[in-house]
Design a protein around this ligand. Structure first.
Ligand SMILES: Nc1ncnc2c1ncn2[C@@H]1O[C@H](COP(=O)(O)OP(=O)(O)OP(=O)(O)O)[C@@H](O)[C@H]1O
Ligand SMILES: [Mg+2]
Length: 322
C-alpha cells in the first residue's frame, strides 16, 4: 500500500511511512489520508508525546472513581492539541498524570504508557520526573489565584523557576523582567515586586504563563488558561500563546470548554466524555463533521450571536449513556 499523505493523527490506528518503512500504530479513530503529497519530514519523528491506554483510578472511602478510562492520544512537535469535554470528564487528571502530579498510590493509581520523544514517562523516578516537569512539560494551571504563592512576589516566583531549570542564566532578575515583558505586563520592573493579590486576574494569568515559559518547555499544558477572564483579555492571552508557540517552537496541550478558542488556536482535538476520548481528529474535520453524539451536542450548545437566536439545546446525558 502506498500511503500518500497523513495529515493529522491523534488517538488513532493505522500506519505511516518513516524512513521508507511502514510503521503501524494502535487505537481506533481519526486520521485522514489524502492524495498526492508525501509525508513531510519523515526523518524526524514528529510524535513528541504518545499516550497509550492511560488509566487513572482514585480510591476513597466511598469506593473507586475511574477518572480516566484507558485513553490514547498523540501530540506532534510544534502542534496544539485541544482537549475538550464536560466538567469532571478527566481533562486535568489526564494532563497531571503525565508528570505524576496526582496523589501517590494507593490513593491514586495510574497505568498505561506515555512516551516523550520515545522515553517512557510513567516509569521515571521522582528525581528524574523533576527534571521533566517544567523543562520538558510545563503547566499553566486552571486557577491562577490558587496556583501562585501569596507570600512571595511574582518576580521571586518566576526567578525560582529560572534558577531551578536554567542554571546557565547569570542575571536571573533581568530574565524575570524580560519574561514579564514578553507576556505583556506593562512596567515589568515595577510589577515584578508585586505580590499576587496586587494583580488583576488577567495579570496573574500572565504571570502563570511567564513561570511556565521561564522553563522553556517543549510542551506547554494550558489548563483552561482563560476561564476566569473577560473576552478581551481572553483574546489577548490566546494571541500571546499563539505568538509564543511560534517563537519558542512549543507544542501545546490546550484544555478548554471554549470551542471558539479551539477553532482559532488548535490543530487537533480530543473530545472527552466520562473519562474516555469519544472523538478525535483535526479541528477542521471534527468541528465541521462531528461524529459522536456528545460532540454534536456540545457544538449545538454554542450560543450564536445575531437575529436567529433560539433556545440552546441541553445535552441529554441519559440518551448518550445508552
Ligand atoms: N485528587 C483527587 N482525588 C480524588 N478524585 C479526584 C482528584 N482529582 C480529580 N478527581 C476526580 O477525577 C475526575 C476528573 O477530574 P478532572 O479534574 O480531571 O475534571 P476536568 O475534566 O478537568 O473538569 P473541569 O472542566 O471541571 O476542570 C472527577 O471525578 C474528580 O472528582
Ligand atoms: Mg480541569
Amino acid at each position: 500500500m502506498r500511503l500518500k499523505r497523513l495529515t493529522r493523527y491523534c488517538g488513532l490506528s493505522g500506519s505511516f511511512l518513516k524512513s521508507g518503512t511502514l510503521v503501524s500504530f494502535e487505537t481506533v479513530d481519526v486520521f485522514t489520508l489524502g492524495g498526492g503529497v508525501n509525508l513531510p519530514n519523515v526523518d524526524r519523528d514528529p510524535m513528541l508525546l504518545d499516550v497509550q491506554d492511560l488509566r487513572v483510578l482514585f480510591h476513597s472511602r466511598d469506593g473507586v472513581n475511574e477518572a480516566v478510562k484507558g485513553i490514547s492520544f498523540h501530540l506532534e512537535e510544534g502542534k496544539t492539541l485541544a482537549i475538550v469535554g464536560e466538567s469532571g470528564s478527566g481533562k486535568s487528571v489526564t494532563s497531571m498524570a503525565l508528570t505524576k502530579l496526582l496523589p501517590p498510590e494507593p490513593q491514586c493509581c495510574v497505568s498505561g504508557k506515555a512516551y516523550l520523544d520515545g522515553e517512557s514517562l510513567l516509569n521515571l523516578s521522582a528525581s528524574e520526573m523533576r527534571a521533566v516537569r517544567g523543562k520538558q512539560i510545563a503547566y499553566i494551571f486552571q486557577e491562577p489565584s490558587t496556583s501562585l504563592n501569596p507570600y512571595y512576589t511574582v518576580g521571586n516566583q518566576i526567578a525560582e523557576a529560572i534558577k531551578f531549570h536554567r542554571k546557565e542564566v547569570s542575571d536571573v532578575w533581568k530574565e524575570v523582567v524580560k519574561l514579564l515583558d514578553q507576556v505583556g505586563i506593562r512596567e515589568p520592573e515595577k510589577r515584578a515586586v508585586d505580590y499576587p493579590h496586587q494583580m488583576s486576574g488577567g495579570m496573574k494569568q500572565r504571570v502563570m504563563i511567564a513561570i511556565a515559559l521561564a522553563c522553556q518547555p517543549r510542551i506547554l499544558v494550558a489548563d483552561e488558561p482563560t476561564t476566569a477572564l473577560d473576552v478581551t483579555i481572553e483574546a489577548q492571552i490566546i494571541n500571546l500563546l499563539k505568538d509564543l508557540r511560534v517563537r519558542l517552537n512549543m507544542s501545546i496541550i490546550l484544555i478548554t470548554h471554549n470551542f471558539g478558542i479551539v477553532d482559532e488556536f488548535a490543530d487537533d482535538i480530543a473530545v472527552m466524555f466520562r473519562g474516555k476520548i469519544v472523538e478525535t481528529g483535526s479541528v477542521e474535520s471534527v468541528l465541521s463533521k462531528p461524529q459522536h453524539p456528545y460532540t454534536q451536542a456540545l457544538i449545538n450548545c454554542i450560543p450564536k450571536l445575531g437575529k436567529n437566536k433560539k433556545r440552546l439545546p441541553v445535552v441529554d446525558y441519559a440518551e448518550l449513556e445508552k
